[in-house]
Design a binder for this molecule. Structure first.
Ligand SMILES: [Zn+2]
Length: 147
């Protein structure tokens, strides 16, 4: 007699390992935390404020747009990477002051400039063993040129 249940669990979206993503209802975003005492914001989320040592930080959705802080061009991709070389390894500074390590998409690596405006892209990278959609993020040039 089989004890296996055939109850179908709907596929869920989960963040890729190492990323902190807000994937629920509403607009998807990176999830960081803000100190209720001094107001500083951190990514990835942490339990103690690095600025004032307050414990118990608030989880917050971070801005979806930021500016390129620094970058380098990778001319070879690691085996299994979901980006193709050449690609841009970047640090993006969000208005909250946090710096996000990421890669850039939809951009000619040779045209990338420090300070350029970027927006986050959150998309499925793979499926896991349970059939969940594993979501990853990257940044691309801000479309529409909100000047
Ligand atoms: Zn603080």
């Amino acid at each position: 007699m089989s004890t296996e249940s055939s109850v179908e669990k709907p596929a869920q979206r989960v963040a890729i390992k190492g990323a902190s993503l807000r994937l629920g209802e509403g607009e998807e975003a990176l999830e960081g935390c803000r100190c209720p005492d001094c107001g500083d914001t951190f990514y990835p989320p942490r339990t103690v404020c690095l600025s004032c040592y307050h414990e118990g930080l608030d989880r917050v959705a971070l801005s979806r747009c930021g500016a390129l802080h620094t970058f380098t061009i990778a001319r070879m991709a690691l085996p299994g990477a979901f980006v193709k070389a050449p690609y841009v390894i970047a640090q993006v500074q969000l208005p909250e002051g946090v710096i996000i390590p990421t890669v850039l998409d939809d951009v000619d690596p040779e045209s990338v400039q420090i300070g350029m405006e970027l927006e986050i892209v959150i998309e499925k990278a793979m499926s896991d063993a349970e059939g969940n959609d594993v979501m990853a993020f990257k940044f691309r040039p801000l479309k529409g040129g909100a000047a």
